[in-house]
Write a protein that binds this ligand. Sequence first.
Ligand SMILES: [Zn+2]
Length: 323
Amino acid sequence: MSKKKKFLLAFLFLAVIGGAVYATSYATSYATKKQGKSIQTANIKKAADVKEKVDQLAKDKATIAAKAKEASALKVKEAAAKAKKDADTKAAEIKALADAKAKAKTEENTKNSNNNSQKVVVIDPGHASVTSSVKEQQAPGSNIMKIKEPGGAQGINTRTPEYVVNMAVAVKLESLLQAKGYTVKMTKTKNSQMLGNIARAEVGNKANADLVIRIHADSNNNSSITGASMLVPTDTKNTDSIYKASKNYGQIVFNKLINEVGMNNRGVVERSDMTGFNWSKVPVILVEMGFQSNVNEDKLLTTSAYQAKIAKGLADGIDQALK
Ligand SMILES: [Zn+2]
């Protein structure tokens, strides 16, 4: 082989070896690069995943917190609703109880009122601020004539006229009897109204009263005399039909008055000389509440408290008598 050929072969050999080395080197470098790139990508993906998980966790945490808050709010709401329901139930129970009580009370009042409203009580406040010397028959068919309105007593110290005390008690008694359900009629409502005793009796007769109560205060020359008395008709031909009931009612009302007020007891007294009794066709009684001629009773009779006490005693007594 020529020298030239040997050189060419050597060159070719070198070229081939060189090419192979280069190729190998390039391939290795590429693979490494490629591998690096893929790790990088994987790392980025991993970071993203972690971030996503962290975000999700944060989201979940927020959701749980919101749910907890909601649940807590719901619990409070539920508790409030339950408390309100309980309160409502209790209030309804109380109302039902009150309603039942009110209904029972109304029924009782209606019953009393129905029973009592058919009963008529006439109250006759004695005397007037004016007098009359006109005379009238003491009894039907009688030849005894009496002055219509001679005027009543007067307070020994207070100088209070009897008609003032009588009217004050009468008005209080009217209210008390109305409260008990009675139908009440007054023979007069003004002090200036002057009625004779026949006219007073006619009010009770026209009303067909179950009871007429005449209100008076007493007087005596002896200022030490005190106490109340109840006047009722004597059994005469004019009063025979009302005698028994009048005396019975008078006794019951008087006992109640004495028990409640505690004044001196002068008893139930029958009288045949009272024009107002003799002309009455319905049960009639006359209370003498006390003595205006006595210093202590004069003072008491002018006080509203004592008048109210007397009125209550009379009302309770009438209620007991007419039951
Ligand atoms: Zn009198």
